[in-house]
Design a protein around this ligand. Sequence first.
Ligand code: VGL
Ligand code: ZN
Length: 222
Amino acid sequence: MAFKPALVIVDVQEDFCPPNGSLAVQGGRDIVPSINELLAFPFAVKIATKDFHPQDHISFASNHQPPNNKPFESTITIQNPLNPEETEETRLWPDHCVQGTKGSELVPELDVSKVQHIVEKGQDKRVEMYSAFADPFTTNVSRSNLAQILKDVGITDVYVVGLAADYCVKFTALDSVKEGFKTWVVGEATKAVDTSALPEVHKEYEKVGVSVIGMGDLTKVK
Ligand code: VGL
Ligand code: ZN
């Protein structure tokens, strides 16, 4: 198959960026110049994703009872709504990226004029969905149209950038492999909630064949 690359820009939204984001990732805004550089490259398709939650989303600490409702600290067990025997342990967060709020907007520095599709995710209040493709349950409860967009264009290779490296970027890259795409993460165009988690993330990438590359390693695309 001929090389046909896509750029997937994950969740570069106000709530994930300093100074005012409710779930600000340190240095989150600093990756935007690199992403804009990538947006000038001839990818076959360029997509931006948005975490896009209802106010009553299960991942918000504010929707749970004390004492197990501390943002960044508490974890809860989520049951697959379609199969109660399947469960998932997940972390609680401050309210973030609520549909219709300023915090849910893509940051204005991002050159969205070069993006062809905006994919929203995380709308189902019952499940956490870090991946821009689907929630983590075996019988997916919620799927976005991302896989369909990429398959319709005949994409072979997916380049993932954005926020956050240890959550939505990670799970989007891992699902991209599952969907059959050769998958690359541009390290300089991501930032992590917890930098100390990155060695473990990179090990998971190695296991499934995701390659972490630098801005200088995109000669195939250019
Ligand atoms: C994300 C935490 C909660 C992300 C989304 O975009 O990485 N992290 N929701
Ligand atoms: Zn979220």
